[in-house]
Design a protein. Sequence first.
Length: 162
Amino acid sequence: MSMLNQIENLNTKKSTSRKSADSPRYHINQKAYEASGRSLAFTIYSRMSKEGKKAASDAGFANGFAPAAEYMKIMSTICSGKSDFLLPGTPITEAVFKLLASNSNKPMTIDEIYSGLTDAWTSVIYLKNLSDEILSLILQNDNEYLISEYIKKKRKSKKTQS
C-alpha cells in the first residue's frame, strides 16, 4: 500500500471516528491579538506570497495596515494556491495559523486541521508527527499565534411580554 493510500485510509478513519459537532474547534483569537498589542493584519500580511502582497497593494491594502479580513481573503484566493504556501519545513503552529487565516479564521476541528495539513504535506507526512495528541497539545497550550479553542457564545433569549 502506498504512503498516499495509507494517509487517505487514516483520514477516512479519522473523519468517521467522531462527530465534528462534538469536537472542539480552534481559531485565531483576534481579541487576544488586539490585547497583546500585536497586529493580526500585519502578521497575516507578512506571511503572504509575493503575488498576494502585490494583489493587496493593487487593492489599496499595502504594508499590513488594512483589516485582517482583507488579508485573509487574499491569502485564501491567491496565496493558498501557491506551491510554497505550506512548505514541509513550516513549523506546525505556523502552518495551522496560515491554514486558519486562509479559511477566513472560521473555527476548525482538529480533524479539519489535520486534513488541511496532510493535503499540503502528502509527500513528506511521515516526517511530521501529526497525531491528534500532538495537534491537541499544540492547540490547547499557549502559542505565539494566539490560536485557541473557539467558544461559541450563547445568546440570551429575550422574553416577550404581551
